[in-house]
Write a protein that binds this ligand. Structure first.
Ligand code: MG
Length: 266
């Protein structure tokens, strides 16, 4: 069994601060998104905001990643690098912000539509966010880790979409990637027990089409093999004695609310 770090009170306070800042930067970037801007513009803004906050990027230089944040558009799944790609009306844009503040890592992601997006893109975003909320709901002391994985996967499958298998959520704390790995699929009654003080980044990556991905020549950007759209949402949660505490802010979308909606057969 992997050893999963347990944060003490000081660690929890540090994680609260870094996660809150990561989310604030993410939300500021979302406000600035507009058609005509390039993904490189967004990367530059991220660098400025992170520096102004007294933090530094957790991604820049990580295994030689060249960006301040990950920005991925439409068929790009995750790990896109800011550059010349110009954002257009109707695009879905994934922003993933990772920062280090006082040696604690905050990590959070969202997907937003630029202007009016197609109903199928809207549905993909809603269902992916709902699968994140389903995973968070399972992040309770006494549950096994597999409960989270299974909850995410069930929500995604019920919507008729596929989960990306190559990339997973993760423990987060002093380091960007700590134990455990948190796949977006798996058996409910499996894996280590969740305990108070664990801080976990849950991050479903969901493809509208098939689960296969490819990596572009830049060595980083993951795209769907069938060029279907993909969405990604991420929160860091603190396991407590009671309800999970979302360190990177909560959301109103719930899987249960969407479950009554008719699901197309694929
Ligand atoms: Mg992450």
């Amino acid at each position: 069994m992997p050893i999963i770090p347990i944060k003490d009170a000081a660690g929890i306070a540090g994680m609260r601060a870094s996660c809150r800042l990561a989310r604030a930067i993410l939300e500021e970037l979302v406000l600035r998104l507009e058609p005509g801007k390039t993904t490189g513009d967004v990367d530059r803004w991220a660098g400025e905001l992170i520096a102004k906050s007294g933090a530094r990027s957790a991604f820049l230089g990580y295994r030689k990643f060249p960006g301040q944040l990950c920005i991925s558009v439409n068929e790009e799944v995750v790990h896109g690098i800011g550059g010349a790609r110009r954002l257009g009306y109707g695009d879905v844009v994934k922003l993933d912000v990772g920062i280090i503040l006082d040696n604690w890592v905050g990590d959070t992601a969202t997907t937003v539509g630029l202007g009016a997006i197609t109903p199928s893109r809207q549905r993909l975003l809603e269902r992916t966010e709902a699968s994140l909320q389903a995973g968070i709901a399972a992040a309770r002391s006494g549950n096994k880790l597999g409960e989270i994985c299974h909850a995410v996967e069930s929500c995604v499958r019920a919507a008729g979409y596929s989960v990306v298998k190559e990339f997973v959520g993760h423990g987060v704390g002093r380091k960007l990637h700590e134990e455990p790995q948190i796949p977006n699929f798996g058996k409910a009654n499996s894996g280590p027990l969740l305990r108070p003080g664990m801080t976990l980044a849950i991050e479903p990556m969901v493809n509208e089409g098939g689960e296969q991905i490819r990596i572009l020549k830049d060595g980083w950007t993951a795209v769907t093999a069938d060029r279907s759209d993909s969405a990604h949402f991420e929160h860091v949660v603190l396991i407590t004695e009671g309800d999970p505490e979302i360190l990177t802010q909560s959301s109103s979308v719930s899987c249960a609310n969407l479950a009554a909606e008719k699901v197309p057969v694929r």
